[in-house]
Design a protein around this ligand. Sequence first.
Ligand SMILES: C[S@@+](CC[C@H](N)C(=O)[O-])C[C@H]1O[C@@H](n2cnc3c(N)ncnc32)[C@H](O)[C@@H]1O
Length: 283
Amino acid sequence: MENHHHHPAGETDSAAMAELLDLDAEVLHSYLSEVIAWVHELAGDLPRRRILDLGSGTGTGALALVQRFEGAEVIALDISAQLLDRLRDKARDLGVADRVHTVQADLDAAWPAIDTVDLVWASSSLHHMADPHRVLTEAFATIRSGGLLAVAEMDAFPRFLPDDLGLGRPGLEARCHAAVAEGLADEVPHLGSDWGPRLNKAGFTIEAERHFAIDLTPPLPASAGRYAQASLRRIRSGLDGRMSADDLATLDTLIDSDGPDCVLRRGDLAVRTARTVWVARRP
Ligand SMILES: C[S@@+](CC[C@H](N)C(=O)[O-])C[C@H]1O[C@@H](n2cnc3c(N)ncnc32)[C@H](O)[C@@H]1O
């Protein structure tokens, strides 16, 4: 694969991932604040709370939690040093660096030494684990009795495009998603799981399960075009050989920043996605 700019491949990937995660947080801001407020309500009052964010990425959850839970200390854990660097920069900018700690660890390997916490947050991360049951069992052991675990997962990838773009054959995005799903079935088999029974199996009791349907239509947040572009780019990277040359060409036209049909400049975008959040308690 061609290596753009001066970054080694891994760094380029993680810069693109960091951008996508930050745009996700920005565009879906109202969903995020609703979920965090809801978890805050379920968690009740405690003087000095310790929170663990599993697979924190650039800190969407960790930073929202540290701001919402006054005085709380948040441990952000991720396998990626680059994403954690970005998270620390953001924590500094927000003036909460003293309450945010980062731990670089691979949750598929040994669980790191972490003192008991009151709340664990895991957003779009559990499905990446080779053995989510083991991770949930470790999370259970790390949460104090009476403490909470909140798991947020995507029900479907975000959709941005109208069915008929006036460009190529209608239904492009649906075909993209179907082709991506084929590849992901092997790569991330836990994606789209029903996490409720899995949480029970690890010893938790389910406190609540809530579905969030996100349907943003114009006027969209300013970064929606960049979010669409970053999402479609990520999808595009796994589609070679899985779609017709015509569809791939149309997709490239939509992604190409310089082209007239780029999603950065289209007036017909929407943002549609759905997330489910389970809140479980360690008895
Ligand atoms: C889709 S991102 C979600 C990030 C963040 N929780 C959010 O909601 O924006 C998944 C994250 O899980 C991390 N991750 C994947 N596998 C991991 C593992 N084995 N151990 C630790 N972190 C992992 C990735 O580096 C990435 O930051």
